[in-house]
Design a protein. Structure first.
Length: 293
Protein backbone atom coordinates (compact mmCIF):
# COMPACT_ATOMS: atom_id res chain seq x y z
CA UNK A 1 0.00 0.00 0.00
CA UNK A 2 1.29 3.45 -0.94
CA UNK A 3 1.99 5.73 2.00
CA UNK A 4 2.13 9.50 2.39
CA UNK A 5 5.70 10.74 2.85
CA UNK A 6 6.19 12.91 5.92
CA UNK A 7 9.15 14.77 7.36
CA UNK A 8 9.58 15.50 11.06
CA UNK A 9 11.28 18.79 11.82
CA UNK A 10 12.61 18.70 15.38
CA UNK A 11 14.44 15.79 17.00
CA UNK A 12 13.45 16.36 20.64
CA UNK A 13 11.01 14.33 22.73
CA UNK A 14 7.92 15.27 20.73
CA UNK A 15 9.56 14.74 17.35
CA UNK A 16 11.08 11.40 18.36
CA UNK A 17 7.82 10.09 19.79
CA UNK A 18 6.09 11.20 16.58
CA UNK A 19 8.67 9.23 14.64
CA UNK A 20 7.83 6.00 16.47
CA UNK A 21 4.11 6.54 16.00
CA UNK A 22 4.52 7.44 12.34
CA UNK A 23 6.51 4.33 11.54
CA UNK A 24 3.71 2.21 13.01
CA UNK A 25 1.10 3.77 10.70
CA UNK A 26 -0.45 1.99 7.74
CA UNK A 27 -0.84 5.16 5.63
CA UNK A 28 2.05 7.52 6.50
CA UNK A 29 5.81 7.01 6.74
CA UNK A 30 8.66 9.22 7.89
CA UNK A 31 11.09 9.71 5.02
CA UNK A 32 13.18 12.43 6.67
CA UNK A 33 13.93 13.15 10.33
CA UNK A 34 15.50 16.56 10.87
CA UNK A 35 17.34 18.11 13.78
CA UNK A 36 20.45 20.15 14.47
CA UNK A 37 22.82 17.60 16.00
CA UNK A 38 23.47 14.23 14.40
CA UNK A 39 24.48 12.66 17.72
CA UNK A 40 21.35 13.62 19.68
CA UNK A 41 19.22 10.86 21.25
CA UNK A 42 16.44 11.51 18.75
CA UNK A 43 18.78 11.23 15.78
CA UNK A 44 20.26 8.02 17.16
CA UNK A 45 16.74 6.61 17.51
CA UNK A 46 15.93 7.50 13.91
CA UNK A 47 19.15 5.94 12.67
CA UNK A 48 18.39 2.75 14.58
CA UNK A 49 15.04 2.58 12.78
CA UNK A 50 16.63 3.06 9.38
CA UNK A 51 15.14 6.53 8.82
CA UNK A 52 17.09 9.12 6.81
CA UNK A 53 18.31 11.97 9.03
CA UNK A 54 19.66 15.47 8.51
CA UNK A 55 21.13 18.18 10.74
CA UNK A 56 20.36 20.99 8.27
CA UNK A 57 17.03 22.07 9.84
CA UNK A 58 14.56 23.57 7.32
CA UNK A 59 17.29 23.66 4.66
CA UNK A 60 17.07 19.86 4.41
CA UNK A 61 13.59 20.19 2.91
CA UNK A 62 14.56 23.15 0.76
CA UNK A 63 17.37 21.10 -0.79
CA UNK A 64 15.15 18.08 -1.35
CA UNK A 65 11.51 19.23 -1.76
CA UNK A 66 10.39 15.84 -3.06
CA UNK A 67 11.44 14.15 0.19
CA UNK A 68 8.03 14.71 1.77
CA UNK A 69 4.43 15.68 1.17
CA UNK A 70 3.61 16.73 4.73
CA UNK A 71 5.77 18.22 7.49
CA UNK A 72 5.36 17.88 11.25
CA UNK A 73 7.00 20.93 12.85
CA UNK A 74 8.03 19.89 16.37
CA UNK A 75 10.42 22.77 17.09
CA UNK A 76 9.28 25.97 18.84
CA UNK A 77 6.62 28.61 18.32
CA UNK A 78 9.24 31.17 17.27
CA UNK A 79 10.95 28.81 14.85
CA UNK A 80 7.67 27.72 13.29
CA UNK A 81 7.03 31.26 12.07
CA UNK A 82 10.30 31.09 10.13
CA UNK A 83 9.68 27.55 8.89
CA UNK A 84 6.16 28.33 7.69
CA UNK A 85 7.42 31.21 5.54
CA UNK A 86 9.58 28.67 3.71
CA UNK A 87 7.17 25.72 3.62
CA UNK A 88 4.24 27.82 2.40
CA UNK A 89 6.21 28.81 -0.71
CA UNK A 90 6.92 25.11 -1.29
CA UNK A 91 3.19 24.26 -1.07
CA UNK A 92 3.76 21.86 1.81
CA UNK A 93 0.99 20.87 4.19
CA UNK A 94 2.20 21.44 7.74
CA UNK A 95 1.04 20.07 11.07
CA UNK A 96 2.35 22.49 13.67
CA UNK A 97 3.10 20.89 17.05
CA UNK A 98 4.04 24.25 18.61
CA UNK A 99 1.74 26.82 20.24
CA UNK A 100 2.49 29.37 17.51
CA UNK A 101 -1.20 29.99 16.82
CA UNK A 102 -0.51 30.56 13.11
CA UNK A 103 -2.54 27.80 11.45
CA UNK A 104 -6.09 26.53 11.82
CA UNK A 105 -6.60 25.00 15.26
CA UNK A 106 -7.11 21.26 14.98
CA UNK A 107 -8.90 19.17 17.62
CA UNK A 108 -9.60 15.85 15.84
CA UNK A 109 -12.56 14.92 18.04
CA UNK A 110 -14.26 18.17 16.99
CA UNK A 111 -13.12 19.36 13.55
CA UNK A 112 -10.94 16.79 11.78
CA UNK A 113 -12.99 16.89 8.55
CA UNK A 114 -13.07 20.67 8.37
CA UNK A 115 -9.29 20.81 8.82
CA UNK A 116 -8.69 18.96 5.54
CA UNK A 117 -9.09 22.22 3.63
CA UNK A 118 -6.18 23.98 5.36
CA UNK A 119 -2.45 23.72 4.64
CA UNK A 120 -1.26 24.78 8.12
CA UNK A 121 -2.83 22.98 11.06
CA UNK A 122 -2.03 23.95 14.63
CA UNK A 123 -2.36 21.22 17.27
CA UNK A 124 -2.76 23.89 19.97
CA UNK A 125 -1.15 22.40 23.13
CA UNK A 126 -1.23 19.20 25.17
CA UNK A 127 -3.52 20.86 27.70
CA UNK A 128 -5.66 22.14 24.86
CA UNK A 129 -6.07 18.69 23.32
CA UNK A 130 -7.07 17.32 26.74
CA UNK A 131 -9.47 20.09 27.74
CA UNK A 132 -10.90 21.76 24.64
CA UNK A 133 -13.16 18.82 23.68
CA UNK A 134 -14.69 18.99 27.18
CA UNK A 135 -14.97 22.78 27.03
CA UNK A 136 -16.65 22.38 23.64
CA UNK A 137 -19.24 20.06 25.19
CA UNK A 138 -19.85 22.54 28.01
CA UNK A 139 -20.48 25.29 25.47
CA UNK A 140 -22.71 23.00 23.43
CA UNK A 141 -24.92 21.83 26.30
CA UNK A 142 -25.05 24.86 28.62
CA UNK A 143 -26.44 28.36 28.30
CA UNK A 144 -24.74 31.45 29.68
CA UNK A 145 -21.27 29.95 30.26
CA UNK A 146 -19.55 32.82 32.02
CA UNK A 147 -16.07 31.41 32.68
CA UNK A 148 -13.94 28.35 31.92
CA UNK A 149 -10.66 27.57 33.64
CA UNK A 150 -8.35 24.68 32.75
CA UNK A 151 -5.55 23.40 34.98
CA UNK A 152 -3.16 20.76 33.61
CA UNK A 153 -0.52 19.01 35.71
CA UNK A 154 2.25 17.09 33.94
CA UNK A 155 5.43 15.34 35.04
CA UNK A 156 8.32 17.78 35.01
CA UNK A 157 10.51 15.19 33.29
CA UNK A 158 8.14 15.06 30.33
CA UNK A 159 8.58 18.78 29.59
CA UNK A 160 11.51 19.29 27.24
CA UNK A 161 13.38 22.55 26.50
CA UNK A 162 10.94 23.68 23.77
CA UNK A 163 7.95 23.16 26.07
CA UNK A 164 9.56 25.24 28.79
CA UNK A 165 10.57 27.93 26.29
CA UNK A 166 7.00 28.19 25.04
CA UNK A 167 5.14 28.52 28.36
CA UNK A 168 3.76 31.99 27.58
CA UNK A 169 2.62 30.83 24.13
CA UNK A 170 1.15 27.71 25.74
CA UNK A 171 -1.13 29.78 27.96
CA UNK A 172 -2.15 32.20 25.22
CA UNK A 173 -2.88 29.52 22.61
CA UNK A 174 -4.73 27.24 25.02
CA UNK A 175 -6.98 30.07 26.18
CA UNK A 176 -7.62 31.09 22.57
CA UNK A 177 -8.57 27.50 21.71
CA UNK A 178 -10.97 27.21 24.64
CA UNK A 179 -12.69 30.42 23.57
CA UNK A 180 -12.93 29.31 19.93
CA UNK A 181 -14.45 25.91 20.59
CA UNK A 182 -16.59 26.66 23.66
CA UNK A 183 -17.91 30.10 22.79
CA UNK A 184 -16.97 31.35 26.27
CA UNK A 185 -15.31 34.78 26.23
CA UNK A 186 -13.57 34.56 29.62
CA UNK A 187 -11.06 31.71 29.92
CA UNK A 188 -7.91 30.85 31.82
CA UNK A 189 -5.25 28.16 31.31
CA UNK A 190 -2.70 27.00 33.88
CA UNK A 191 0.14 24.49 33.41
CA UNK A 192 1.85 22.87 36.40
CA UNK A 193 5.17 21.06 35.96
CA UNK A 194 5.06 18.54 38.79
CA UNK A 195 8.53 17.41 40.00
CA UNK A 196 7.13 14.50 42.06
CA UNK A 197 8.94 11.15 42.04
CA UNK A 198 7.79 8.73 40.81
CA UNK A 199 6.51 10.81 37.91
CA UNK A 200 2.79 11.54 37.81
CA UNK A 201 0.43 10.98 34.89
CA UNK A 202 -1.03 14.00 33.14
CA UNK A 203 -4.21 15.27 34.78
CA UNK A 204 -6.40 18.09 33.51
CA UNK A 205 -9.26 19.70 35.43
CA UNK A 206 -11.89 21.83 33.72
CA UNK A 207 -13.88 24.33 35.80
CA UNK A 208 -16.87 26.22 34.44
CA UNK A 209 -19.25 28.81 35.85
CA UNK A 210 -22.75 28.39 34.43
CA UNK A 211 -25.93 30.10 35.65
CA UNK A 212 -28.28 27.11 35.39
CA UNK A 213 -26.28 23.91 34.73
CA UNK A 214 -27.96 21.09 32.79
CA UNK A 215 -25.95 18.25 34.34
CA UNK A 216 -27.91 15.36 32.82
CA UNK A 217 -27.29 16.54 29.28
CA UNK A 218 -23.69 17.47 30.09
CA UNK A 219 -22.80 14.04 31.50
CA UNK A 220 -24.21 12.24 28.46
CA UNK A 221 -22.32 14.46 26.02
CA UNK A 222 -19.08 14.23 28.01
CA UNK A 223 -19.22 10.43 27.92
CA UNK A 224 -19.72 10.53 24.14
CA UNK A 225 -16.80 12.93 23.69
CA UNK A 226 -14.48 10.85 25.88
CA UNK A 227 -15.25 7.77 23.77
CA UNK A 228 -14.51 9.75 20.62
CA UNK A 229 -11.12 10.89 21.94
CA UNK A 230 -10.23 7.35 23.03
CA UNK A 231 -10.44 6.26 19.39
CA UNK A 232 -7.09 7.99 18.80
CA UNK A 233 -5.80 8.49 22.39
CA UNK A 234 -6.33 5.13 24.18
CA UNK A 235 -4.95 6.46 27.48
CA UNK A 236 -7.50 9.26 27.80
CA UNK A 237 -9.85 8.57 30.72
CA UNK A 238 -12.50 10.43 32.68
CA UNK A 239 -11.42 10.63 36.32
CA UNK A 240 -14.22 12.81 37.66
CA UNK A 241 -17.56 12.87 35.86
CA UNK A 242 -19.24 16.31 35.74
CA UNK A 243 -20.30 17.50 39.18
CA UNK A 244 -21.14 20.74 40.94
CA UNK A 245 -18.65 22.00 43.52
CA UNK A 246 -18.62 25.51 45.01
CA UNK A 247 -21.21 26.67 42.45
CA UNK A 248 -19.12 25.61 39.47
CA UNK A 249 -18.96 22.62 37.16
CA UNK A 250 -15.89 20.41 37.70
CA UNK A 251 -14.63 17.71 35.32
CA UNK A 252 -11.28 15.91 35.53
CA UNK A 253 -9.49 13.73 32.97
CA UNK A 254 -6.26 11.75 33.01
CA UNK A 255 -3.99 10.92 30.10
CA UNK A 256 -1.52 8.05 30.13
CA UNK A 257 0.88 7.59 27.24
CA UNK A 258 1.62 4.54 25.14
CA UNK A 259 5.27 4.52 26.24
CA UNK A 260 6.57 4.76 22.68
CA UNK A 261 9.55 6.99 23.52
CA UNK A 262 9.15 8.36 27.03
CA UNK A 263 7.49 6.27 29.78
CA UNK A 264 3.72 6.07 30.07
CA UNK A 265 3.55 9.00 32.49
CA UNK A 266 4.19 11.34 29.52
CA UNK A 267 0.53 11.49 28.55
CA UNK A 268 0.92 15.19 27.75
CA UNK A 269 3.20 14.25 24.85
CA UNK A 270 1.00 11.38 23.73
CA UNK A 271 -2.25 13.31 23.53
CA UNK A 272 -0.92 15.98 21.19
CA UNK A 273 1.09 13.47 19.14
CA UNK A 274 -1.80 11.02 18.80
CA UNK A 275 -4.00 13.91 17.71
CA UNK A 276 -1.42 14.93 15.11
CA UNK A 277 -1.11 11.37 13.81
CA UNK A 278 -4.91 11.09 13.56
CA UNK A 279 -5.00 14.27 11.48
CA UNK A 280 -2.11 13.21 9.26
CA UNK A 281 -3.66 9.80 8.62
CA UNK A 282 -7.00 11.38 7.70
CA UNK A 283 -5.18 13.72 5.32
CA UNK A 284 -3.27 10.76 3.84
CA UNK A 285 -6.47 8.81 3.22
CA UNK A 286 -7.96 11.77 1.42
CA UNK A 287 -4.81 12.50 -0.60
CA UNK A 288 -4.06 8.89 -1.52
CA UNK A 289 -7.76 7.99 -1.90
CA UNK A 290 -7.25 4.97 0.30
CA UNK A 291 -10.31 2.68 0.32
CA UNK A 292 -12.58 3.53 3.23
CA UNK A 293 -11.54 7.19 3.32
Amino acid sequence: MKKLKVAILGSGNIGTDLLVKTMRSQVIECTLFIGRHLNSPGMNKANSMGVKTSDLSIEAIERNPDSCDLVFDATSALDHKKHWAVLKKMNKTVIDMTPSGIGEMCIPAINIENCLQFDNLNMVTCGGQASIPIAHVIGKTQENVRYIEVVSSIASRSAGPATRLNLDEYVETTEKGIKKFSGCDETKAILILNPAQPCVDMQTTIFAKVEKPDMKRLRAEVDTMVSRIQEYVPGYTLLVSPLIESNRIVIMVKVQGLGDYLPKYAGNMDIINCAAIAMAERYARKTLTVPGS
